[in-house]
Design a protein around this ligand. Structure first.
Ligand SMILES: Cc1cc2nc3c(=O)[nH]c(=O)nc-3n(C[C@H](O)[C@H](O)[C@H](O)COP(=O)(O)OP(=O)(O)OC[C@H]3O[C@@H](n4cnc5c(N)ncnc54)[C@H](O)[C@@H]3O)c2cc1C
Length: 495
């Protein structure tokens, strides 16, 4: 007997939507479910925030530039797609990261792990923290652990354990930078849950980090200084954990769009409809879902995955307005300015990958990556690439300046911090409005409540993506895989 084909809609063709579609296609095939997948994307280009530009021999990332290798879902997917040989690691010689302090660049003290000092001498020697600040950080060794296990703000946690100076001069630019966030607002459990676990287990987060470092060493998970990921081990594939240990960050030689293009090719069974947004999702009397589309048509589906920013999902589900008050996440706008210089005009430090700018320094830029030093594949021999980041929670108004104004402000900052006076060969300005979700304190509990309401009121509708459980690319892929599995399980149970 022929099986009824299930129609599955996915809103959004960012990495979350594309990888959800890929895994649904795979799981449905494995479980013998006949499925028709349709992806709706308002832009003509696929990939959402992932956007690679090739210009004058440079590989320029306008959105994310790499991924955290130790979070394995990205590597798993790259392997499944046959992209392992396309991976490349950071330049092992550019190990240092600098932080601006009182308009001077200081290298981050050695032994810092996620902003937590784990080596005494380099921390004592750093000019980033005053003697009093260092003494305050040492109090972490003796302070009791917090009794409650609930969520708190990342900044409140770090300042409680290590004091305000470590928070403001090191941890905030390093950790909140990932979210363009404000540590006083971001949820600890949704951003760095490992800190809370360290405190609960070891009381002191410094001692906890040192313990973990030793444990890792004893497991012999050491970094191998290699620029490319190297050949496969004889007789089979390199274990993913070993691949991940080659570099903290990895990317693709031709840019992260490699992954997007490969996913699009592998989605042979799916219809990808660009230039069309989903405007509303509602349940009809047959228990299916009607999708109103921006071209004025309405289509019916059995299951719907919303892989769009949280505010876009809220707008599509007016029936769930009340439940959505549980998960209504603020977003911050950011921009970045990439500049190419003639190598003869600009000598970048060869030992570092760039610098971070704490809020107190009051510059336009929040960070600067020495892209062609950090990633050797990104520029030809005669060019140097520099990428500057703009905008963070509470300070994103400069994102709206004109390209000329933004470029001028960035050049002023580069002159004042690095003495760069040279004329760029070209400049690429990219704005990402409302792009960085800010998980508030209590977010995970509220998300759990929201998901259970969604399952009750609109079974067969799912939300996934950076708006929910992690902004990093591996987090988005991990969530997408979980979501796809749930879709396949639910479709099986409804057969
Ligand atoms: C500048 C920048 C740098 C970053 N750097 C890194 C990094 O180096 N490493 C890292 O791991 N992460 C990084 N991130 C985070 C990471 O890029 C994102 O979290 C991730 O790409 C989000 O993927 P997504 O698919 O969940 O969302 P998105 O990429 O936002 O995709 C959502 C898609 O939904 C579409 N959409 C919106 N409304 C509708 C609608 N009504 N109907 C249908 N579709 C709709 C959008 O057009 C979009 O294509 C960075 C982010 C930014 C902005």
């Amino acid at each position: 007997m022929s099986q009824v084909s299930r129609r599955i809609a996915i809103a959004g063709a960012g990495i979350s939507g594309l990888s959800t579609a890929y895994y649904i296609q795979r799981f449905c095939m494995e479980k013998g479910i006949s499925a028709e997948i349709t992806i709706f994307e308002p832009n003509e280009q696929l990939g959402g925030k992932i956007r690679t530009l090739h210009r004058d021999g440079c590989v320029i990332e306008q959105g994310p530039d790499s991924f955290l290798a130790r979070k394995l879902p990205m590597l798993e997917l790259a392997r499944e797609l046959g992209l392992e040989d396309e991976l490349t690691a950071t330049n092992p010689l550019a190990k240092k990261t600098y932080i601006l302090h009182k308009r001077k660049l200081h290298s981050m003290p050695e032994g810092l792990m996620l902003g937590i000092p784990t080596q005494v001498m380099p921390f004592l020697r750093t000019g980033l923290i005053s003697p009093l600040g260092k003494a305050r950080a040492a109090l972490d060794l003796v302070l009791p652990k917090r009794s409650g296990k609930g969520d708190e703000a990342l900044g409140v946690f770090l300042s409680r354990r290590l004091g305000n100076e470590v928070l403001e001069h090191i941890a905030e630019p390093l950790l909140a930078g990932i979210y363009a966030g404000d540590t006083k607002e971001l949820s600890l459990q949704s951003t760095f849950p490992q800190f809370q676990a360290l405190e609960q287990e070891h009381r002191s987060i410094i001692l906890g980090m040192i313990f973990n470092k030793k444990k890792l060493r004893s497991l012999n998970v050491k970094s191998v200084p290699s620029v490319t990921t190297g050949p496969k081990e004889q007789g089979g594939q390199i274990p993913l954990s070993k691949l991940a240990s080659r570099s903290m960050f990895l990317t693709f030689k031709q840019g992260l769009s490699t992954l997007v293009n490969s996913l699009a090719t592998k989605l042979s069974e799916a219809a990808i409809r660009t230039g069309i947004a989903v405007t509303e999702v509602s349940r009809n009397d047959k228990g299916h879902y009607n999708l109103k589309l921006s071209d004025g048509t309405v289509e019916q589906f059995d299951a719907v995955v919303l892989a769009v920013p949280n505010y876009a999902a809220v707008a599509m589900l007016p029936e769930l307005a009340e439940e959505h008050s549980l998960v209504n996440i603020p977003y911050v706008s950011v921009a970045n300015v990439v500049m190419a210089f003639h190598k003869s005009d600009l000598a970048l430090s060869k030992d570092g990958s760039g610098f971070l700018v704490p809020r107190s320094e009051d510059l336009t830029i929040t960070a600067c990556t020495w892209t062609s030093v950090k990633w050797l594949h990104t520029a030809p021999d005669d060019l140097v690439l520099v990428r500057c980041y703009i905008g963070r929670a509470g300070a994103s108004e400069s994102v709206d300046s004109s390209d000329v104004q933004l470029t001028n402000n960035v050049r002023t900052d580069l002159k004042n911090t690095m003495g760069i006076d040279a004329e760029p060969v070209f400049v690429e300005v990219t704005r990402w409005k409302n792009s960085m979700p800010q998980y508030p304190v209590g977010h995970l509990d509220q998300l759990k409540q929201f998901r259970s309401k969604l399952a009750e009121v609109m079974p067969g509708v799912y939300v996934t993506g950076s708006g929910y459980q992690g902004v990093g690319l591996p987090d988005c892929i991990g969530q997408a895989k979980q979501c796809a599995e749930q879709v396949a399980i639910d479709l099986m149970s409804r057969r």
